[in-house]
Design a protein around this ligand. Structure first.
Ligand SMILES: CC(C)(COP(=O)(O)OP(=O)(O)OC[C@H]1O[C@@H](n2cnc3c(N)ncnc32)[C@H](O)[C@@H]1OP(=O)(O)O)[C@@H](O)C(=O)NCCC(=O)NCCS
Length: 177
């Protein structure tokens, strides 16, 4: 049996998806058919027209995870006339870890990497649609908050979640001085 343990000191490699990766994508399986299908059939075409951005995560030259990011208008999530049509949010559109590598802390590492990028890009909001069975994972490990109570009432398969990177203390510190 294979030992899939990842030594703590071995960094994962994040590489933007490329045409050379396409033949290898069919080996990726995360246990969710729709996530696998997206990677195999849609991620690259969407990437090259710059609708979304997919990054593959490698361990010893094997694809063990991927994530897809895109910018989405905040107004498409929240129906509020005060929200400018131009305000964009960073959307974690897809995130998956190969089923043989799950529950080893790789998903947490990937999300932390995305959070660092979002801070560097000075994004205001990060959003995602968590599968119902995964929403507490985002809440407990990263403090994402659910956005709509109705997601818990209407039997939806997803919970829309968000994180606000706005730092009130920085504003206060600057304007109070
Ligand atoms: C969701 C997913 C990306 C998580 O990646 P992962 O590498 O398996 O997760 P990690 O190993 O980093 O995190 C596991 C930790 O979360 C905990 N956990 C697992 N499921 C959880 C849940 N539903 N709620 C709260 N905590 C959960 C585990 O106990 C573990 O905690 P610990 O680190 O304190 O022991 C991965 O399971 C996956 O690809 N699933 C299939 C596709 C999918 O569902 N994508 C997400 C769509 S929203």
């Amino acid at each position: 049996m294979n030992d899939y343990l990842i030594p703590n000191n071995r960094p994962l490699e994040h590489r933007i998806i490329s045409i050379e990766d396409l033949p290898h994508l069919r080996n990726f399986s995360c246990g969710n058919h729709s996530m696998d299908f997206f990677l195999q059939a849609e991620a690259y075409p969407s990437h090259i027209v710059r609708d979304s951005s997919t990054t593959l995560v490698f361990y010893q030259n094997q694809i063990i995870g991927y994530y897809t990011l895109q910018h989405t208008p905040l107004s498409s999530l929240i129906n509020d006339p005060d929200i400018s049509k131009e305000q964009l949010v960073l959307d974690i559109a897809r995130l998956a870890v190969h089923k043989n590598f799950q529950n080893k802390g790789i998903g947490i590492k990937i999300v932390n990497h995305i959070l660092h990028m979002a801070i560097q890009l000075n994004e205001r909001y990060i959003v995602l649609d968590a599968l119902k069975e995964k929403w507490t994972w985002y809440r407990d490990h990263f403090k994402f908050e659910s956005l709509f109570e109705v997601d818990f009432i209407n039997g939806s398969s997803f919970v829309t979640m968000f994180m606000d990177l706005y730092d009130q203390d920085l504003i206060k510190q600057y304007y109070d001085e």
